[in-house]
Design a protein around this ligand. Sequence first.
Ligand code: HXC
Length: 519
Amino acid sequence: MENQGKIKKLIDKRTQARLGGGQKRIDSQHAKGKFTARERINMLLDEGSFEELDMFVTHRCVNFGMEKETYLGDGVVTGFGTIDGRVVYVFAQDFTVIGGSLSETMSQKICKVMDMAMRMGAPVIGINDSGGARIQEGADALAGYSEIFERNILASGVVPQISLILGPCAGGAVYSPALTDFIMMSEQNAYMYITGPKVVKSVTNEDVTDAQLGGANMHSRKSGVVHFKGETEEEVLQLTRTLISYIPQNNMEEPPVVECNDPINRLDDTLNTLVPDNPNKPYDMKDVIKGIVDNGEFLEVQPLYAQNIICCFARFNGKSTGIIANQPKFLAGVLDCDASRKAARFVRFCDAFNIPVLTLVDVPGFLPGTGQEYSGIIVHGAKLMFAYGEATVPKVTVTIRKSYGGAHIVMSCKQLRGDLNYAWPNSEIAVMGASGAVAVLEGKNIAKIENADEKAEYILEKETEYKDKFSNPYAAAARGYIDDVIEPRNTRFRVIRAFEMLSTKRLNNPLKKHDNIPL
Ligand code: HXC
């Protein structure tokens, strides 16, 4: 009888904990179109897999009458569960409890699952929906944030860390997501910024809304802070599951392999005619990607930011691969500051987590101009070069069309330890395009010709001479800088064979404390 009483007490306490800040606040969360922390976790994880920890933890603050306002579990739900049967650790801030504001004990709960994730080697997924540091706790709340940040930093490159923004995330609180590998955000009710519209108004006199200053659309198009956005919370949670399917549990493991039903020797004849003869005519690089990856499926990272470069996860023969590809449809596929930073971070994620890298090249060069130079294109371009050059995962490069100058080097050339560098027959690997080269080499001679027709004829003759020599892959192939020139329709199986061969690759960089990538 006594035992039954104790069990009932446990069940009552659990029921109470599961109500967070109470039914009224749950209703108000729902009225805003938001799910509660537990509902989100249930949608994220495999059904029935969630094991909650620390549901009886309460805060210890006695300032401003806080001792009278305690909730079981405090403002965060933490624990572990599975996604497609693989363990992940989760924490979800509970806005129904004191606005999800971060207390000392809440930080301890979050740090506990982060420490477990590090010990067991599994991803951490954090769901953010919070009014920031719990004001009543003062420096304790700040110390709590700092404990989390330090763990984010130490976990970087050891276990994947994913942040979901499904509500407010403001002030210093933004730095935990910013330190993680990927930020996902919902278009509704979510915003992240350093200072909100009121402070902005008082300091700069700008009038902005939450959405303009820190909404998902802004962050996925302008700032590039957000890697994936979804219209709804459900979409964001589903995207998280998809992302997890491409990445390994930790830096010592390989990504999961899925069964491949797409024939590995499938030829795609449309690739032979996809690239226009005119080098200045665009085409959609995504057609190349769809044509070669398993089932034409890929998951794009930052799809709306720096669209002149594509970064995506896909599979070849069921094995996860990171693809970086110039996109001739946007800005002719040129490399600029944003594209360089976007791709550099993606290459480093892949390298940190044993995901092989395929690079598809069609790049006319770096974007010229004061805008780019003033923004530091020199260091941003160097980031991408650094990322490729230090990467030790298998690296296969296929030059689709143009590969000019410094951009040729940066885009995973042979000398940056590209393992296999292939080129399509119509590719051009040179210091620059024909017209630019002739203008430099023949400028004085051209200026001397007065007759316009003669001038045009002379230029054409010199350009043809240059094209015959360099506007093809064979000059580079003659030196072994290109390992083979391949027929476009064969690309899928050539890439698959390349990665199969490279699967035993072992390469280590010189021992050092850490590198000094140009930030
Ligand atoms: C304590 C907080 C809180 C906070 C919200 N609440 N934020 N309590 N500390 N930081 C409480 C509210 O008092 C309220 O309590 C409940 O949570 C729900 O909040 P509402 O304001 O009713 O919700 P809503 O209208 O949706 O507005 C959400 C909000 C707003 C925009 C986030 O609450 C807000 O502006 N909060 C303060 C944000 C802030 O300035 N935080 C500090 C940022 S600096 P009741 O009892 O009425 O339901 C920071 C530094 C971090 O975080 C540094 C890290 C290094």
